[in-house]
Every structure is written in C-alpha cells, then in structure tokens.
Design a protein. Structure first.
Length: 372
C-alpha cells in the first residue's frame, strides 16, 4: 500500500516531491513512540496488537472514496493511521518475543522474521503496482485491508510464557515513566551504539525516496510503476541479509553489524545515484542488505539488554530513534531533488560513511553478545 499510495498521489498531482511525502505520514508517528510504547507496557500486549490490526483494516477501506486530487488528503490521513499502528505493533512484537523465545534464539529469529517481512517486497510492491496499473487503486486497497485481519489471527496463535516481572516492578512500569525507558536505552552503550548507527542509516534512507523516484521518472524516463521492481530488488537483498544476521551478530556483536550495514547501504546509495537501470537495481539490493543488518542489530540489542517490564517503551523509543529521522529526511529529500535526482542520494552516502567508519574503528564486541 505504501508504494501504491505514492504512485496514486503522483498520478493525481503529477509531482514526484508531493508523492514522496506520502512516506512522511508513515514515519511521522514514530516521533510519538515513547508515549505509545508506554501504552504497550500498561495494557495487555497481545489484545492491543490484535485490536490495532482490526481497526487498521477498517480505516484502510475509507480509501475507496478517493476519486480525485481533492480527496488526496485522505490518502495521507490513512497512511498516518498506518504509521501509528506500525509503532504500536512494532513495540508489541519487540516486547512479546522475549516471552516466546529463549534469549539465545532472538538474533536468529529476528533475522528470519525480518527476512520474511522485507522479503515480501519481492511480491507486495510488484503485486500492488501491477494491480494499480491494471485495475486502479480499488483492488490494492481491498488487499491492504485484508492483510491486518490475517496478522490479527496470527497474533492470537502465538504461545507466550507467563510474565516473570516482580509485582512491585510491574506496578512501577505501569506509571509510564518515559525517563526510565530513556535511561535503559541511552545509558547502556551495548544498546545505544547500534541503535544510533541504525538511526543514521534508516533515517537517511528517507532522504533518498524522492531521488529514486525522480531518477526513474525523469532521469531514465520510465513509468513510476518501475518502483515496484526496485522494491522487489530491495526485498531480495533483505532476504539474504536477514538469513545471515543471526550468525553475524553472534560472531561480531550488534555495534559492528550495524556499522557494516550502514556501509553497505551507503554503497547502495552511490549505485542508485547513477542514471543506469542495472545500477539502480544493484543499489536497491545493497540497500536492502544494509538497512536490514542495521535494523536487526539495533532491535536485537534492545531485546537482549532491556528488562521485560521496560521492553514496550524502550522498544518504541528505539523505534523513534531509528525511524523518527525519516520523517525529517523525507521532506528534505523532496526539496533536495529539485537540484537533481542524484543530489539526495549522494548526500545520504556522504553522511553515512563517517559514522559507520568511526563506529568500526572504535567498536568492540559487547560482552552480552559474547555470552549469548
């Protein structure tokens, strides 16, 4: 739906910059993630995730009323609701996984889970772009509304161990003190470093959105639906990186893997900056590999280093740190693309490289990773 929404807005408005802003609505709610994460810690996590998906399915159906540019605002509103649901569900998944898995398996399962999620880019964007090109937005909307219903059913099937939090700690956690979550996130270098490196890479990926669209449409004079091919290529890279992530994390630790992922993503930005279709495909593959390594490293560090009663708010706060910058980078990229399609892509690579190299130069394998 996210890719199709951008194409949809582009068809309605004719502006790549305005179309790229659809991604802003998906990522903007991550700025409120610390508060939404506290909500996850206060309420029963599984029911909250199920009801969030059910409500999202109903909201998606309102897009069936969009018929002209005057109703384009509704696309942004629905994507904003999608962004809120993403924060709640991501925090809920981060919090319940340690209750379903032994600590030593979290890295592997995070990798497999991310491969499955990102690997859907091999199917979903092509299906969405193909459906949109063939029959318009209606079948895309209906399919996007059906998926949350399926995930709600899957959440109901997950087997969880009873919580082991001490009663006094549980009471304290329900007071929703954001500062306690911030201390758990930023006070521990084993969590802070990989999360911040991932934040740089993922955040700057938002800078590239308008550049990639403009490179396809204006640089190569191809239809906007070709973005589906690039998303599929990114999904292929994501599958490979996700399957390897658990093994790499066990050997090198989250900080190093996050830095390596950032370097690979920077290489993908450089490849995508070239107005050559094979190079853009290669850049998308590298982007999928790098971003997933950085994301899994940050996510696994949070899960293995955070007390259970704080997992909701720390997981959500880490989501803000890692994805919140995207909300700022997307409009900056939409403005920078006026200088040329390659400008935001080259800028992203130039900003990522020193952060990744400095992390690798001073990085050490955390003791927690060694113990696991």
């Amino acid at each position: 739906m996210t890719l199709s929404a951008g194409i949809w807005v582009f068809d309605l408005t004719g502006s790549p910059g305005i179309a790229a802003l659809t991604g802003l609505c998906v990522y903007a709610p991550t700025l409120a993630a610390p508060w939404l994460g506290a909500l996850v810690d206060r309420l029963p996590r599984r029911p909250l995730m199920i009801w969030t998906d059910l409500l999202l399915a109903a909201i998606m159906l309102t897009l069936l009323t969009v018929t002209s540019a005057r109703e384009a605002w509704l696309i942004y509103a629905v994507l904003l609701a999608r962004g809120v649901s993403y924060v709640l569900i991501d925090a809920g998944e981060t919090a319940i996984l340690p209750s379903a898995l032994p600590p030593g398996r979290l890295g592997d399962v995070n990798g497999w889970r991310t491969s499955a999620q990102e690997g859907m880019k091999l199917v979903a964007p092509l299906a969405g772009a193909g459906l949109y090109a063939w029959a318009g937005p209606t079948p895309v909307v209906l399919l996007a509304a059906a998926m949350p219903l399926l995930t709600a059913a899957c959440y109901a099937l997950v087997r969880l161990r009873p919580p082991t939090t001490h009663p006094e700690v549980a009471v304290r956690s329900r007071r929703g003190e954001i500062r306690e979550g911030l201390r758990a996130l930023f006070g521990n270098p084993a969590v802070r470093v990989p999360v911040l490196v991932a934040a740089v890479a993922i955040g700057l990926s938002g800078l590239t959105n308008a550049g990639i669209l403009a490179q396809v449409v204006h640089g190569l004079h191809l239809p906007a639906t070709r973005l589906g091919v690039l998303s599929a290529a990114q999904g292929a890279g994501s599958i490979v990186s996700g399957m390897l992530a658990g093994r790499l994390l066990a050997r090198r630790g989250p900080a190093v893997i996050a830095a390596v992922g950032a370097l690979v993503f920077a290489a993908g930005c450089l490849a995508s900056s070239l107005p050559w279709w094979p190079s853009m495909i290669a850049g998308s593959v590298l982007g999928g590999i790098g971003l997933v390594w950085a994301l899994i490293a940050g996510m696994t560090a949070v899960q293995t280093e955070t007390p259970d009663h704080l997992l909701g708010r720390v997981g959500a706060t880490s989501t803000t740190v890692m994805f919140g910058p995207v909300a700022v980078a997307i409009p900056l990229g939409a403005a920078a693309v006026q200088l040329g399609p390659s400008v935001p892509l080259l800028t992203a690579a130039a900003l990522i490289l020193p952060v990744a190299l400095l992390t690798l130069a001073g990085g050490r394998r955390p003791a927690a990773a060694t113990a696991s």
